[in-house]
Design a protein around this ligand. Structure first.
Ligand code: GDP
Ligand code: GDP
Length: 436
């Protein structure tokens, strides 16, 4: 399902990030050692009553050294491009400012619904202050208070009225959606072109359903794929296109729609911090991951080079130890043929269900081999394990006390499950649950 997207726009200090965090709620990352995932979040999924949607805090996208007004203009443009509904946020304590009017001017031109909110209305006596805001021309202003969490329900109800009616699935179940993410210039577009140009790849046209114009449809060995091309999404001439935050936003949106994410690395440059961040997003989202080392042609090699590079990747991407690594060259097409089979394996494992009885045998053997931990004289007891979901495979372990299942023992169980069933290319999740 494609979720509707809400973007919050408005000049600095009106309370965009406060509102964003309120709406998103406590969604703290469970994997703390992944850089950049929990810090300065600008894009997240959220829920309101029976609505699932995504939300963008455009205020978090800083546009380089542009002057203040230009920055907010560009943030408004991003909202127009990316969102289904725009929440235009203002500050009731300061009244309408010229910067608000600037934002309004840009939003008038948008063919997107705009809901006007007046923030910092912390108590009912302040409600009179919203009337000035009718002048902005977006109808009834919604009084809210980010710090006190007031009025957000009415605001979101109004926003939800404008959500597009999408009750179709993005694609059929048998289609594998994959995306290529990575820093600019690692060769993502070249790689898409190389895949499309491959001899056994048939470029096709999948009919119907909602779809993005820049998605490519291909068939390979009678398997259907959709390639979500983040690089191809670039719009020429937009300044914000080159900012890091914006490319992160793009990547997150592509990841969300993917079964398998190809994390593309430039072999010439090695791994840098930003690569880790990007890979972290894919892992965090629970997607299958294949690491693609591109520009392998440009590297001087001997028989040890590949092993050495692999070792470095493993060292940098500890959290992606399940991801297969493919070395190739989009330019010379060398080893391109190794990619599609890896995508298939990762996708298959991502959707894999294991038999409960076999699973419990594996867990019992694991416990026999390495006794469960104790804490303050109490020992963890594992009663039963069951797989509750796929994409990614998710397991619930019924135990006497969930707190006793420490990270290291959970990791041990994960490794035993992987040893027994494979699961190459996919993260797996394990949750303890108390059984009395
Ligand atoms: P942004 O720059 O638009 O993202 O604004 P922030 O969310 O960073 O908020 C700017 C300041 O306004 C912070 O000091 C917030 O604590 C404060 N603020 C946000 N919402 C409210 C509110 O509803 N009432 C009051 N009184 N202050 C608020
Ligand atoms: P993107 O920004 O990630 O989409 O990267 P592009 O596909 O635009 O490629 C960036 C640059 O790297 C271009 O000049 C490509 O010709 C070059 N490039 C892409 N793939 C390869 C490769 O496999 N080997 C070499 N030597 N250059 C490549």
């Amino acid at each position: 399902m494609v979720k509707p997207v809400i973007a919050i726009v408005g000049r600095p200090n009106v309370g965009k990030s406060t509102i964003f965090n309120r709406i998103v709620g406590e969604r703290i990352s469970i994997v703390e050692d992944i850089p950049g995932v929990t810090r300065d979040r600008i894009y997240s999924s959220a829920e309101w009553l029976n609505h699932d949607f995504n939300i963008i805090d455009t205020g978090g996208i800083d546009i380089g050294d542009e002057p203040f007004l230009e920055q907010i203009r560009q943030q408004a443009e991003i909202a127009i491009d990316e969102a289904d509904v725009i929440i235009f946020l203002t500050n009731g304590r300061e009244g309408v400012t010229s910067a608000d009017e600037e934002v309004a001017k840009i939003l008038y031109k948008a063919k997107k619904p705009v809901v006007l909110a007046v923030n910092k209305i912390d108590n009912p006596e302040m409600r009179d202050q919203i009337y000035d805001f009718y002048a902005l021309g977006f109808g009834e202003p919604f009084p809210i208070s980010g710090s006190h969490g007031l009025g957000l329900g009415d605001l979101l109800d109004e926003a939800a009225k404008h959500f597009p009616k999408r009750d179709t699935k993005d694609y059929e179940d048998d289609v594998i959606c994959f995306s290529l993410i990575g820093r600019p210039n690692v060769g993502k577009s070249s790689l898409v072109n190389a895949i499309l140009g491959e001899e056994r790849v048939i470029v096709s046209d999948i009919s119907g359903t909602t779809r993005d114009a820049i998605d490519s449809y291909v068939t390979y060995n009678s398997q259907k794929y959709v390639i979500i091309d983040t690089a191809g999404m670039r719009k020429k001439g937009k300044v914000y296109e080159t900012t890091e935050k914006y490319s992160v936003l793009r990547a997150l949106r592509a990841i969300e729609r993917s079964d398998v994410v190809l994390v593309v690395i430039n072999a010439e440059e090695g791994i840098i911090e930003q690569d880790k961040k990007i890979a972290g997003y894919a892992h965090e989202a629970g997607r299958a991951v294949v690491i693609v080392v591109n520009k392998w042609d440009a590297v001087e090699k001997d028989e040890k080079t590949m092993k050495e590079f692999e070792r470095k990747i493993r060292e940098h991407f500890l959290f992606l130890d399940y991801a297969p690594i493919v070395f190739l060259s989009a330019k010379t097409k060398k080893r391109i043929h190794t990619l599609m089979p890896m995508i298939d394996i990762a996708s298959e494992n991502h959707a894999r269900r294991v038999e409960t009885s076999v699973l419990n045998d594996v867990i019992m053997d694991a416990v026999a081999m390495n006794p469960t931990p104790t804490d303050k004289g109490k020992r963890l007891k594992i009663y039963y394990t069951t797989q509750v979901a796929v994409k990614p495979p998710t397991f619930v372990v019924f135990v006497n006390e969930p707190e006793l299942l420490h990270f290291s023992y959970e990791r041990f169980l994960e490794n035993r499950i992987r040893d027994a069933f494979g699961f190459e290319g996919t993260p797996i999740k394990i949750y303890p649950r108390e059984r009395k």
